[in-house]
Design a protein around this ligand. Structure first.
Ligand SMILES: NC(=O)C1=CN([C@@H]2O[C@H](COP(=O)(O)OP(=O)(O)OC[C@H]3O[C@@H](n4cnc5c(N)ncnc54)[C@H](O)[C@@H]3O)[C@@H](O)[C@H]2O)C=CC1
Ligand SMILES: O=C([O-])CC(=O)C(=O)O
Length: 330
């Protein structure tokens, strides 16, 4: 039995993500939570003739507790999205508190659930989630994931313009680091199967993956950021987590984890100087079973990108950790 939960289920990501989870045969029970419109989204999805039994709640009448009790997988796309001209870090002021309070609910009601954080800035909201779980004495680093799958999906998609490969999802490209601008490091030199990228096309390709989010924010002109591609990516990651939970072997996916708490992560933390970092992670029934250290395989250009990445990440991580221990006055 798998109970999946979406926190922020009535939003731009939350709705299509909930749709994909409702239609997924791996989900036995789906529970939705949002501060607005959950009853409508739940009623709508409840007419779909799939296995998952669906419930949905608003905060009133212990809604969060009802949503989270018994949850195995909790996906969090709650929080405000960017408008043109904003950075993801500009979202911190509002989203930090939202993520903190939702994760507190997880600590109280389903501390063993896998937590998948989508809310931005991911570089900081994942450390916030970890600190909240630590404070509650419930932190299991193997069960906390920052969802960076959209960067992988973008890398697969954008490289297709060069390779002409018919099915872009057939090219596996590791993307490491964090989830904003220069902290995103796509590793085209490690693509499988190998890809041949002409020298003049590589820098613009890397930049497009790093700033792919801006492309959508600008195209939406103030109406939000990526929602449909993010729902696809979030579902893809959640599905891998559920398959791994059920014992499927050989599932590896880049995700932003607390390195010192994952086997193999210590060496990566030492090498990068940061405790939170996205690397290809082997997933299993207990979650993040091994962080794969691929740093020695980077080419010289990728090593330079990595330096810029870790510089930015350090500040983002510290800001998240500090928020939980020294919260700003209300
Ligand atoms: N990790 C990634 O790759 C990506 C992350 N994002 C981030 O995902 C977040 C959500 O984006 P959208 O769905 O487009 O925003 P949205 O504004 O359309 O939806 C957010 C939903 O969260 C709900 N919400 C707010 N506070 C809440 C609370 N305390 N409890 C429960 N629900 C709450 C809102 O009512 C709303 O329905 C943003 O922070 C965005 O930056 C977006 C795209 C990619
Ligand atoms: O760009 C944004 O703000 C949303 C996001 O994280 C992405 O699309 O990668």
């Amino acid at each position: 039995m798998v109970k999946a939960v979406v926190l922020g289920a009535a939003g731009g990501i939350g709705q299509p993500l909930s749709l994909l989870l409702k239609a997924c045969p791996l989900v036995d029970e789906l529970s939705l939570f949002d501060v607005v419109n959950t009853p409508g989204v739940t009623a709508d999805l409840s007419h779909i003739s799939s296995i998952a039994k669906i419930t949905g709640y608003l905060p009133a009448d212990d809604g969060m507790k009802k949503t989270l009790t018994g949850a195995d997988v909790v996906v969090i796309p709650a929080g405000i999205p960017r408008k043109p001209g904003m950075t993801r870090d500009d979202l911190f002021k509002i989203n930090a508190g939202i993520v903190r309070d939702l994760v507190q609910g997880i600590a109280e009601n389903c501390p063993k659930a896998f937590i998948l954080v989508i809310s931005n800035p991911v570089n900081s909201t994942v450390p916030i989630a970890a600190e909240v779980m630590k404070k509650a004495g419930k932190f299991d680093p193997k069960r906390l994931f920052g969802v960076t799958t959209l960067d992988v999906v973008r890398a697969e998609t954008f490289v297709q313009d060069i390779t002409g490969e018919k099915d872009p999802s057939k090219t596996v490209i590791p993307v490491i680091g964090g989830h904003s601008g220069e902290t995103i490091v796509p590793l085209f030199s490690l693509a499988k199967p190998k890809v041949n990228i002409p020298a003049d096309k590589l820098a613009p390709l890397i930049k497009r993956v790093q700033f792919g989010g801006d492309e959508v924010v600008e195209a939406k002109g103030g109406a939000g950021s990526a929602t449909l591609s993010m729902a696809y990516a979030g579902f893809r990651f959640a599905e891998k987590i559920m398959k791994a939970m059920k014992g499927e072997k050989g599932i590896v996916e880049p995700t932003y984890v607390y390195l010192p708490g994952v086997t193999g992560g210590d060496a990566i933390a030492k090498e990068t100087g940061v405790d939170y970092f996205s690397v290809p992670v082997e997933l299993g029934p207990s979650g993040a079973e091994k962080a794969n250290n691929i740093l020695s395989e980077l080419d010289d250009n990728e090593k330079k990108l990595l330096e810029a990445c870790t510089k930015g990440l350090k500040d983002n991580i510290e800001k998240g950790v500090d928020f939980v221990h020294n919260p700003p006055p209300k």
